[in-house]
Design a protein around this ligand. Structure first.
Ligand SMILES: [Zn+2]
Length: 130
């Protein structure tokens, strides 16, 4: 339930989400990132029970893929040799929650790709089926 005091915040956030989605559709990456930060900042002003995942798009929003450093070397070599590569055909990554936050690892090379420390913060997240 949205109280009248918080209605302007929800309206501004809704407008920012609309602007962000428009920037995303136009591949304006810097504008997309700035608007995403503004949305997240406004979201933190809401009481926890009023936070939602409405501002988190469900489809693939990745604009820069992360790769294992060894897989990336192989991808680069493949592009040099064959002219192109399809990383998703041979990469094998595992992704999950950790005590600190979130981690992605390469199964093929047993290497860390990224491990994000949330520093105790709680963030909204859209997960499968939510
Ligand atoms: Zn790898």
């Amino acid at each position: 339930m949205i109280t009248n005091d918080l209605a302007p915040l929800h309206e501004i956030r809704g407008e920012l989400i609309h602007m962000r989605d428009k920037a995303l559709g136009a591949a304006k990456w810097e504008e997309t990132v700035v608007l995403s930060h503004a949305i997240a900042w406004l979201h933190k002003l809401l009481p926890m029970e009023q936070r939602d995942v409405a501002g988190i798009p469900e489809g693939n929003q990745i604009f820069a893929y992360l790769h294992c450093v060894e897989c990336f070397r192989e991808i680069t070599a493949m592009v040099k040799e064959q002219g192109s590569a399809k990383p998703r055909m041979f990469t094998r990554y595992e992704i999950g929650w950790t005590k600190l936050g979130f981690q992605a690892r390469c199964v093929r090379h047993n290497l860390n790709i990224v491990h994000v420390d949330f520093e105790g913060a709680v963030h909204p997240a859209r997960v499968t089926g939510a």
